[in-house]
Design a protein around this ligand. Structure first.
Ligand SMILES: [Zn+2]
Length: 278
């Protein structure tokens, strides 16, 4: 199989701190620097949250604006994807940065349990976020924490409520949500192929499951997500020295499976995004 593999790097997230791993980028300048290394190692999507200086999650559009500008300068052609995930704020605060018109934004289309709380995505909020993404020409990445989220994405696509073919991210290994279960993973892939033929998909595993999901996704012809948001370790005893180190590990797995790492231009074409700025 020679289909290029898109590598997404989830650089920061809303949970890991410097205490977990000093390489987690917190300030915007740390984020740009960490992403640039990851970009040079082969990542073509940067999935980003922003933080306050005390490392708590933020939803400040101003920080997102500075991050976008830094990434566009230092990582030309890289796909910028902002998180609209729920730890950064409540309700519409979560979409406050969408007027910045990043290439992509994450979109959760249903609720699920997280380690210590309910990750709440009401139908009203999902509708509002997806309408804003259409308004600003942003491609959503559907975060599938559960099978029902894949079926919801297909339904929204059918009704014209999301911009063109959905890009689906299977998320496995979040405590209290869907574990990394191979039969379920295979069924996710089959469900995307059945309901959304040809739609590209990606997979993310949390903690030690990151490597497992990277292997499964690459072997099955999907795309792969890595990064310190999901996992701060290379193995049980070793902290990942950088986001780039995790990206290099994925590039190596892709090469073992005979899959080239997608260039920014290829990734944009696969996802149906606007071409790189000249
Ligand atoms: Zn995230």
């Amino acid at each position: 199989m020679s289909k290029p593999c898109i590598i997404c790097v989830a650089i920061t997230g809303s949970l890991p701190t410097k205490e977990n791993n000093p390489a987690v980028p917190i300030t915007v300048s740390e984020q740009v620097e960490s992403t640039q290394e990851a970009f040079e190692a082969g990542a073509t999507i940067c999935h980003a949250h922003v933080r306050n200086d005390d490392q708590t999650p933020s939803s400040d559009p101003d920080k997102f604006a500075r991050l976008k500008e830094g990434l566009e300068t230092h990582c030309p052609g890289m796909i910028v994807q902002f998180s609209t995930g729920g730890r950064s704020g409540a309700g519409k605060e979560r979409g406050g940065m969408l007027p910045l018109a990043p290439d992509m934004a994450s979109l959760s289309v249903g609720s699920v349990n997280f380690p210590t709380r309910v990750y709440e995505n009401s139908p009203q909020l999902v509708d509002w976020l997806s309408e804003e993404m259409i308004r600003y020409d942003i491609k959503p990445e559907i975060e599938a924490f559960d099978l029902s989220h894949i079926l919801m994405a297909a339904q929204m696509h059918k009704e014209g409520r999301i911009k063109d073919t959905p890009y689906i991210q299977f998320v496995m290994g979040v405590k209290n949500a869907m574990p990394a279960d191979k039969d379920v993973f295979d069924y996710y892939v089959a469900t995307v192929e059945r309901l959304l033929p040809g739609a590209p998909w990606c997979a993310a595993g949390i903690g030690a499951k990151q490597l497992v999901l990277n292997e499964w996704a690459i072997a099955a012809g999907g795309h792969a997500r890595t990064g310190l948001e999901d996992n701060v370790r290379l193995d049980r005893d070793t902290l990942a020295p950088s986001n780039a180190a995790l990206v290099s590990r994925v590039a190596e797995i892709a090469s073992q499976h005979g899959r080239p790492v997608a260039t920014p231009a290829q990734a944009r074409e696969i996802l149906g995004l606007r071409p790189m700025a000249a």
